[in-house]
Design a protein around this ligand. Structure first.
Ligand SMILES: [Zn+2]
Length: 467
């Protein structure tokens, strides 16, 4: 009898200690547009670069819990980032375009707002503009993601401790007032770049960390849509890894914290059908996850890390044209994003209207290996040239092909052609309905194993935190 009682007491105390374990520190990573294919492409490319077929696991794919989430929105099989973000931030499915609101335009509290009230430190971070759909879904409520001013003005009202991103896409209100001024009036310090962050942090109550903009006077701000892609990165550009370190450094820890960290440009790379650019962003996200994982190793009994996506972008196919191989090693030949190449080319043409096709071909070969190591087919060659003819006002020379881009965007055509030679293909320049992966580790992570709907993720995180 005594022995049974002892076992019962031991079991009870074990149950109490298990129940008492709550996630005090939560990292919620969102790879915008990051489907399972984008993650696998990254792992298989790393293996090919290492001279083998297979995969090189990322930090996040090594996590013990793997699940899958469905992403459809309230009225569309294919979600946009606003409805996807709202599902992930509030646990409600809504109409595409809506931010933090149900389909009948009722504002719903986001996980960040709930936890702020409960005394947690809150950080909302992204690699795109801070008024963009995904970060907005954690602090704002609007019937359209395009209401950038409405959304931007809600940021200082949130009172969250730490924000980071490129800046504001629409920094000026219609009455000429600046959202940056409102942010500062609400007690935020604005740090432009990491140097300023480390200089100001000790004397700051709340912080907005944005991309450094060289050549601008203090208190002058430009519209900032995103931090450059990893593939185009220059010294001084922010990275999600640096942002994650700064967020951990700055956000109050006494009562625990909640951080949403978005890799916003996996999506942009996929919209542009640019696999090398998109893979760079997945790697960047994984570098940031490593920072959170180091934090987890120091606080194993009180930390939860969840990584997922709002949707897949691009309908990426690893394998095409009936071939049974990939040439992912080829991606290392690409030296610049297609978008950046096209922007540079347009500037070069403006400065030199006599720019010849021969010169452009040389530029393409330098940045993509196309026309030198990789030979485009006749159709591909025509589609690339058509973009050049459209740019230089020689539309008469255009010979239409099925590979033409409606706006003759050479950045997109080049990467579509380049990726096809790596035996990877894109089915859309928009989003797809594909399921997205969920990776988790830490307190309450087991809840994320297996199938789930995107609206189940927010309540599961709160449950892990004891709510
Ligand atoms: Zn998205």
């Amino acid at each position: 009898m005594k022995k049974n009682l002892l076992i019962l007491c031991l079991l009870l105390s074990f149950a109490v200690s298990v129940n008492a374990q709550k996630a005090k520190y939560v990292f919620y990573f969102i790879g915008d547009g990051m489907g399972a294919g984008q993650v696998l492409a990254t792992e298989m490319m790393l293996a090919e670069q290492d001279g083998r077929i297979g995969y090189e696991p990322l930090c996040m794919t090594n996590f013990p819990i793997i699940g899958m989430a469905r992403t459809y929105s309230n009225k569309n099989s294919v979600t946009d980032s606003a409805a996807g973000g709202t599902a992930l931030s509030t646990g409600y499915k809504t109409t595409n375009g809506f931010i933090g609101m149900t389909s009948d335009s009722v504002a719903v509290e986001t996980i960040a707002e709930k936890l702020k009230k409960l005394g947690f430190g809150i950080a909302v971070c992204t690699t795109v503009s801070i008024d963009h759909a995904t970060p907005a879904c954690f602090y704002a409520h609007a019937t359209s993601r395009k209401m950038y001013n409405v959304i931007g003005n809600m940021l200082p009202q949130s009172g969250f401790d730490f924000f980071a991103g490129a800046g504001f896409r629409k920094p000026l209100n219609q009455d000429g007032t600046s959202i940056y001024d409102k942010v500062m009036d609400a007690g935020y310090t604005i740090a432009r770049g990491l140097d300023q962050f480390y200089k100001y942090k000790a004397n700051s109550d709340k912080m907005l960390l944005i991309q450094r903009t060289d050549g601008l006077e203090e208190n002058k701000y430009e519209s900032e849509s995103s931090i450059p892609y990893r593939i185009d990165r220059k010294d001084g550009d922010l990275t999600l890894e640096q942002i994650t370190r700064a967020a951990i450094d700055f956000t109050p820890k006494e009562n625990g914290f909640f951080m949403m960290l978005e890799a916003g440009k996996v999506d942009w790379g996929c919209h542009a059908n640019d696999l090398a650019a998109a893979i760079g962003e997945v790697q960047d996200l994984d570098d940031a996850v490593k920072v959170a994982y180091d934090f987890y190793l120091q606080h194993k009994d009180s930390t939860l890390i969840v990584i997922t996506a709002d949707h897949e972008t691009g309908g990426l196919s690893l394998g095409c044209d009936g071939k049974y191989f990939l040439r992912l090693k080829q991606l290392e030949r690409q030296k610049q994003s297609g978008w950046n190449f096209w922007e540079d080319l347009k500037k070069t043409y403006k400065a030199n209207p006599k720019l010849s096709w021969g010169k452009v071909k040389k530029m393409i070969s330098e940045k993509f290996g196309l026309y030198s190591e990789i030979k485009p087919s006749k159709e591909e060659d025509k589609a690339i040239k058509n973009c050049f003819y459209a740019l230089t006002g020689n539309k008469k020379k255009i010979q239409h092909t099925l590979l033409d881009h409606p706006k003759y965007d050479m950045g997109i055509v080049l990467t579509q052609v380049f990726d096809r030679h790596a035996q990877c293909a894109w089915t859309t320049t928009g989003h797809s309905a594909a399921n997205v992966p969920v990776y988790a580790i830490g307190v309450g992570a087991e809840q994320f194993a297996g199938w789930q709907d995107n609206i189940e993720i927010e309540p599961k995180i709160l449950k892990a935190m004891g709510y």
